[in-house]
Design a protein around this ligand. Structure first.
Ligand code: CU
Length: 304
């Protein structure tokens, strides 16, 4: 109905919205008209002595029954849409969504990961939402779907994309410094295109170094670039062996980023904070195993 609606639920959300909007506008016009009308009709020079008017059974019934019916109708339209949004179809394709400051990551049933949500057309998709850190909220305006991503709680959301295309996906809960960069995309493609995308992605992942995969899947690249540009944290380009100044227990000192330094910076990121950067990296202790940290350090050595 409105432009850009691209999911099966979108038209229902739009009609409920339009229905409520029309009622609100009509009420606004009616009430404003009556206010102005009574101000003129009962002005002082026509009614020098105010009179109390009471007792009109018909009027009282009308202004009780009509708004009750309108409110129930608004509830009804809201309820049928809400019920559908909360009832996940049995055949929905599950995708695990991990939100963290400040990136999204999508993991499919076969373990393949992506930083964009790619889905086949006309296929119900069930999103299982997890947060690594703070409160986020997933919003796809074109699909008219939105759900909070709450640390410690699993929330779910589902949709069926019914038009091929690329749609914005964003965080709509203010979650810190780079909240506004917490953007991704939903790509709705044909069943065949999706199958070949998935095959290509899986093969590509298998060929990538383990350390690189971890940097991507753990969301490290949301804050650390690989190309030398500054995002939130220092770039990882040329990190191994780099000399720099860090703040340790409130005192500045010079360090060389050797293996020990890199390991400590992953496990206890705030022990040595590079001067000029905020101390905001979450510790990866208990999240990454020793082998995974080794793999990351091996990969970092290649980024010269
Ligand atoms: Cu966020």
């Amino acid at each position: 109905m409105f432009s850009g609606a691209a999911s099966t639920i979108a038209t229902k959300v739009d009609s409920a919205f339009l229905f409520i909007l029309v009622i609100c506008v009509l009420m606004l016009l009616l009430i404003t008209f009556l206010m102005v009308f009574f101000v003129i009709k009962y002005r002082r020079d026509k009614n020098p002595i105010p009179t109390n008017i009471e007792g009109n059974f018909l009027l009282e019934v009308v202004w009780t029954v009509v708004p009750t019916i309108l409110v129930i109708a608004m509830f009804y339209y809201g309820w049928i849409g809400y019920r559908e949004m909360e009832t996940i179809p049995e055949d929905a394709m599950p995708v695990k969504v991990t939100a963290q400051m400040w990136s999204w990551s999508f993991e499919y049933e076969n373990g393949t990961r992506s930083d964009e949500l790619v889905v086949p057309i006309n296929q119900p998709v069930k999103l299982e939402l997890f947060s690594r850190d703070v409160l986020h909220s997933l919003f796809v305006p074109a699909f008219r779907i939105k759900k909070d991503v709450v640390p410690g709680i699993r929330t779910t959301l589902w949709f069926t994309g019914d038009e091929e295309g690329t749609y914005d996906l964003l965080c709509t809960e203010y979650c810190g410094l780079r909240h506004s960069d917490m953007l991704s995309r939903v790509v709705v493609m044909s069943q065949d295109a999706f199958a070949s995308w998935m095959a290509g992605k899986t093969a590509h992942e298998a060929a990538e170094p383990a350390g690189r995969q971890l940097l991507e899947s753990q969301g490290c690249l949301g804050c650390h670039s690989l190309d030398g540009s500054r995002i939130v944290g220092p770039t990882l380009k040329g990190i191994f062996g780099r000399k720099g100044r860090v703040l340790t227990d409130g005192a500045e000192r010079d360090v060389v980023a050797d293996e020990d330094y890199l390991r400590r910076s992953i496990v206890k990121p705030n022990a040595d904070v590079v001067v000029g950067y905020p101390p905001i990296m979450p510790s990866q202790e208990g999240i990454l195993s020793d082998e995974q940290i080794d793999a990351i350090i091996e990969y970092l050595k290649t980024l010269q």
